[in-house]
Design a protein around this ligand. Sequence first.
Ligand SMILES: Cc1cc2nc3c(=O)[nH]c(=O)nc-3n(C[C@H](O)[C@H](O)[C@H](O)COP(=O)(O)O)c2cc1C
Length: 429
Amino acid sequence: MSLKTPFILPCGLELPNRIAKAAMTEGLAEPGGVAGEHIERAYRTWTEGGVGLMLTGNIMVDARFRERPANVVVDGTQDEQAREGLRRFAAASKSGGALGIAQISHAGRQSPKAVAAEPVGPSAVAMKMPGGLFGKPRALDENEILDVVRRFSISAGELCNCGFDGIQVHAAHGYLVSEFLNPLANKRADRWGGSLENRARLLIEIVRAVREAIGPGKALTVKLNSSDFQKGGFSFDDCLRVVGMLEAEGIDLLEISGGNYEQPRMLGFDGLEPVFEKKVRESTRAREAYFMGYAEEVIKSARTPLMVTGGFRTRSAMEAAVDDGVAVIGIGRPLCLDPRAAGKLLSGELDELPAPERHFRLGPGWLGPHSSNDLVKAANGFAAMSFFYRNIIRLGDGKRTRRRMNLWRALIAHQLRERADAKRSVAAD
Ligand SMILES: Cc1cc2nc3c(=O)[nH]c(=O)nc-3n(C[C@H](O)[C@H](O)[C@H](O)COP(=O)(O)O)c2cc1C
């Protein structure tokens, strides 16, 4: 089926085509988590690309637990000037004809030390990550969990009032809602932990509260892991059961992804290979979209429209997925390289989305004689992400994106900017 075929969501809103810009954290907020000219500029550029659905990056429901220092924050304390920024952000997202959907999130234990010295989670279980970037979380109490639900609903209502067409609840990638779903992070013995019904309670309560806040005419979507890809973590069986629970709530679109910071499968099977190596393994190339196998199983049992994100690069793979019953194809990294690439694919100018030019990797030599494999892997992961972060910053500055960057320099520039943003956000709080 052509990717240009429109799609009507259960709430009645229509997507003009089947391509979505997937959520990508921007780090472009002004001090205080305010949406300003930088974010507006980036989204005006992205929207010219002609995607049918424009998802924002993580918008945080609690300033204390952001995922990055310069996230947009919408927690109900916004003044009229901040609201005007959100209106302009929403208008920019939609100006090319896309539906604009705001992704809302709480970073939980994945809130870095630069933001939260002591993050929060379902239980006091620290992440297993080298580098010491994340503090050990403390467990939320019952009242704090109810406050999280309230914050999601306030944020959702505010964003839709400011012009967004709907909300995506971020329940994937190891942030707070995903932590509650994950038995390795959630050791609670109360009604929020233990059985899958209990672990999914936070997500379901949030979904209900958000629907109440935005009403039936706006799109309510959820991003969910197919699996955490960790022994004892949120499994694909768990996922299928949660999909059933979400279907009963009447959501409009379910996005399937996977992984978390400890196991970053959202970016591919071993993190970087599909993007950073020209010689991609044949098996990966054959199935470029790495969550499609899971999506096919979900489609068998669910009627909720499905969006699948991760690895889609060619028109033929996207069309095949739509033929298999996927409603919307999510695209992330290629739109950091060419923000208009989706439009070029839709118009026939391109058959394949752009990839970064070959980069050198950071080997053990760069990281000292005693660097472990895990550290080298993590450093390369951070460096690769920095490449995309730097391109998003360039979009916010109105500059052309780059397909080639020195990874080491990108990593340092990114770290320096995050540090400066952290100082600015502390000063603004
Ligand atoms: C720079 C960058 C930022 C991202 N930020 C978010 C985010 O804020 N929320 C989210 O759900 N996923 C985020 N992701 C994951 C993407 O939405 C997507 O799932 C992933 O990049 C795989 O799709 P792709 O292969 O088309 O890039 C991010 C990915 C990148 C590269």
